[in-house]
Design a binder for this molecule. Structure first.
Ligand code: SAH
Length: 218
């Protein structure tokens, strides 16, 4: 059972969570405010209400996790989200990251390969409060050609390589953020496509994500 009420106690826990993220070096105030506004305990079973605001990842079913709050803040900051940006997210999972992007007034197209996780989100009341978030069941390696090109692409699972089809779905001047396999962990990478189509790559810190897998799962 998911919690549905957001009390001053939850808000207090969220404030502490955001203070912790700020101390670790996230500076984008809009990103911090978005994390303050999204009730993270709505995305977990109510048994985990208190832990929802600890700096940790959680199982959300089907062996998948909701990312650490710091990781969500980190990826979102690198993405430099602007209002009305058209964003493709790979790996909807709990839809927490999608709602953080929604709080930043982006138009979100989020894709999940696991049917069960996709189905859970179809009846998730809080998610329905964001009219500009659309969820899709499919393989993120394919992207969403029908809706391409995108201003931003965010991959939230460990990518074995930079998917070619996603590079092709980037607008000139767009950004893609992804955790790319490097040894045991992943290196956070930001790819920028310039106006003339050339690709530039920046490397950031190491993280640990669940794998990005090829194909859909029933
Ligand atoms: N953004 C999520 C984090 C999810 S964990 C959140 O905020 O909760 C990564 C998710 O990526 C998992 O749900 C996993 O099933 C999904 N995934 C892995 N490979 C994928 C692929 N090729 N296409 C779409 N989703 C994928």
């Amino acid at each position: 059972m998911r919690a549905k009420s957001d009390t001053y106690l939850h808000k207090g826990m969220r404030q502490k969570m955001v203070d912790g993220i700020r101390e670790r070096g996230i500076t984008d105030e809009q990103v911090l405010t978005a994390l303050l506004n999204v009730p993270r305990h709505f995305f977990l079973d109510s048994a985990f209400e208190k832990q929802a605001y600890e700096e940790r990842a959680f199982l959300i079913g089907e062996d998948q996790t909701i990312s650490h709050p710091y990781t969500v803040a980190y990826q979102t900051q690198l993405l430099q989200v602007k209002p009305f940006d058209k964003i493709l997210e790979v790996g909807t999972g709990s839809a927490y990251q999608a709602c953080v992007l929604g709080e930043l007034k982006a138009k979100v197209f989020t894709i999940e390969r696991q049917k069960k996780l996709f189905d859970v989100n179809k009846s998730f009341e809080y998610l329905k409060s964001f009219p500009f978030i659309r969820t899709f069941y499919g393989d993120g390696f394919e992207g969403l050609p029908t809706y391409a090109p995108f201003d931003k692409i965010l991959i939230t699972a460990a990518a074995p390589f930079v998917p070619d089809k996603l590079l092709n779905q980037m607008k000139p001047g767009s950004i893609m953020v992804l955790p790319l396999n490097e040894g045991e962990n992943q290196r956070m990478i930001r790819i920028t496509k310039s106006q003339d189509g050339t690709i530039q790559e920046e490397r950031f810190e190491e993280f640990s994500f669940v794998p990005m897998l090829i194909g859909k799962k029933e």
